[in-house]
Design a protein around this ligand. Sequence first.
Ligand code: NG6
Ligand code: CA
Length: 513
Amino acid sequence: MKEKFLYASACLPLLAPAHLLAADRDDPSRPNVIIICADDLGYGDLECYRAKNIHTPAVNSLAQHGIQFTNAYAVASTSTPSRYSLLTGEYAWRKPGTDVAAGNAGMIIDPGRYTLADVFKNSGYVTSVIGKWHLGLGSETGEQDWNAPLPSHPGDLGFDYSYIMAATADRVPCVFIENGKVANYDPAHPIEVSYKKPFAGEPVGADHPELMYNLQPTHGHNQAIVNGIGRIGYMKGGGKALWKDENIADSITAHAIDFIRQHSQEPFFMYFATNDVHVPRFPHERFRGKNVMGLRGDAIAQFDWSVGQLLACLEELRLRENTLIILTSDNGPVCDDGYDDQAAERLNGHSPTGGLRGNKYSAFEGGTRIPFIVSWPAEIRKAGTSDALVSQIDIMKSLGQLVGAVLPKGSAPDSGDYLNTLLGKDTKGREWVMEQSYNHTLSVRTKDWKYIEPSDGPVGVPWVPEIESGNNTAPQLYKLVDDAHEQQNVAVEYPEVVFKMQDILRRVRKGVQ
Ligand code: NG6
Ligand code: CA
């Protein structure tokens, strides 16, 4: 008897943690959480959002086991401000320096700020960011030494593990950065980066179109040439560390799967930010040439493949039930964003915005209304759609609520707890949502109305003039409930509604929720 007892207690230190962790894995207050954030994927770009010409079976399966939102918003119509807001719960327009960042931007989120990753880390989760970062690295713009550990990186913002692209695939440096160091660093090819001037002896796209053999630019993107593709910014070196665009999805997906496998016994949070479907669109050859819409369609298929790989891994590890997945996009879609990939010419009847007016960059709905699916089989038993107004600004407080986190005073100042809305238990959602265009024109959306504040900015996006910016020197009001396509400005007819919307803007600007 004694012997048996001793045996049991001797095993206890080994058994107890494993037992507790197993309980954690089923504990509804501690699900794994994955945010899958596509890049430039439009409201109409997925099969479950009625996309034409494209099958997205993996995303469909998420929607079939979750809630699919029809009135969900990114905070801004470009990447950096949108992601800043997602990760901090603060509207980017409150913080200078949050517009589309160069690849050598210094860290945009102050390491002292409490982030979405901190919420999870301090709740006992292991955390990671994998894929597109676009929020700066190191302490000072242009001062990074890419051949040494970077002094600040996502590890300083609550992410235990990071495997990231510094900015976008169309910006240098074209290397992955793992936990603050260039991955596969090649000492024979030291890396130099400049957004000011080319490096002697390095051919640039403007002078050597023949070297851009994989994709030709339509505007910009003619500085450094990496992998036969022109980029924004100049770069030297890199050698074996340079990415190949066709392998980016494979690489980030493999790292995400490794992370899940390594942490299958403890609650984890992963922000998985794909390069798809941002430019340059140059997917792996197993996808290239397959879709009638050309490279943009191929890139959507590749995105769906990545989602499918993560789902298969979760299933295999029996983690799918208690993993909450949010699938969304950082901003609306765009066809020609600087490379001749025939995205507009080959749409074949598909509408990336799902018929909404405007595109990426715009104040119109196409700029910020995005796909948004929440799936958590253990808790969301009944799949469905929700037309509640939701915004990515609320992810931080809502997920904080989910894991019982206490957020320090002053953190996530614009974020609210809409957990019940995200889980489909509440169908009302927000009363209003704020939207930010590329030049900081702000809009307010309520259930029935959309107000765009006056702006003297250009009516077309300067570098893609055919994209409507939504700017107008007069106030714009659209009765979305009857006019989903924002065709009829009825501001003059409804002054009381205009006043109400302006009042919301005034209050929010002052910091009143
Ligand atoms: C623009 C780029 C565009 C894209 C965008 C950022 C030019 C002419 N255009 O300045 O190609 O990179 O920035 O996109 O350089 S985002 O989705 O990351 O915000
Ligand atoms: Ca984007």
